[in-house]
Design a protein around this ligand. Structure first.
Ligand SMILES: [Mg+2]
Length: 241
């Protein structure tokens, strides 16, 4: 990943394709979500002195209200987000779970990077974000990452407009209208769409389809992206007769 993309000094007017990382670049079926829930609940029990049941309830409440637990923890309790990152995200046994994903790699390689800039956009801290894309074997296919900086309070994270604005700025998006985004979070997709981004909400098979769609595009697999956005993918080679 390089953070600078000067394209021989010419102004880079490529649209940006933002990819969420967790439960988006890898399937929910990897159960990282479950592992993470366990560690988050444990964190609530340890740091807020709660029993397991109350910890679970508060965790769910923060998740629904803010889209992520850490946001509630820093707003309502004196919790250091970096301690959370250490004890939850960085403690996940990802090396046992995530493997290089050739299908994902092929899909990302089929993005036409003369037409679009692939960029990561995560609510995780940078250590976690980088660890995941490295394990999936796709680290080199993104030109940068916008992450939630757990060292800065108040936290700036999706679905806040401030986070989307930060992403546009860091990625050097030519305009708000030239941003694509895929995420598995209904809330994130809804707010990105309201901003004017072109949004695909990833709803994996087995996940309930939301009654009110978060965005114009709802996909069940990242592999559907080229169908919806052919303008940023390499055109498929016509098989020779
Ligand atoms: Mg996600």
């Amino acid at each position: 990943m390089t953070s600078n993309n000067a394209l021989n000094g010419a102004a880079d007017s490529r649209p940006v394709f933002f990819f969420d990382i967790d439960n988006c670049l890898y399937s929910k079926a990897c159960n990282i979500h479950d592992e993470m829930q366990k560690l988050i609940n444990k964190f609530f029990v340890t740091h807020l002195d709660l029993n397991t049941e109350d910890a679970h309830m508060l965790h769910q409440k923060y998740y629904k209200e803010y889209g992520l637990a850490i946001e509630g923890l820093t707003r309502h309790h004196k919790i250091d987000p970096l301690a959370f990152n250490r004890e939850v995200d960085d403690a996940l046994p990802l090396g046992d779970i995530l493997k290089p994903d050739p299908k994902l790699r092929k899909l990302l390689e089929s993005l036409d990077t003369t037409k679009v800039k692939p960029w990561l956009l995560t609510n995780a801290y940078i250590s976690h974000g980088k660890r995941v894309v490295k394990l999936l074997g796709v680290e080199d296919l993104f030109e940068g990452i916008t992450y939630c900086d757990y060292g800065q309070l108040p936290l700036v994270c999706k679905p806040n407009q401030e986070m989307f604005a930060k992403a546009e700025q860091e990625a050097g998006a030519p305009s708000t209208e030239s941003c694509y985004f895929v995420d598995d979070s209904h809330l994130n997709c809804k707010h990105a769409e309201a901003r004017g981004w072109t949004v695909a909400h990833l709803v994996e098979p087995g996940t309930p389809i939301p009654r009110a769609p978060a965005s114009k595009y709802v996909i069940s697999s990242l592999q559907e992206l080229p169908t919806h956005f052919p303008e940023v993918f390499k055109s498929e080679r016509v098989p020779s007769a």
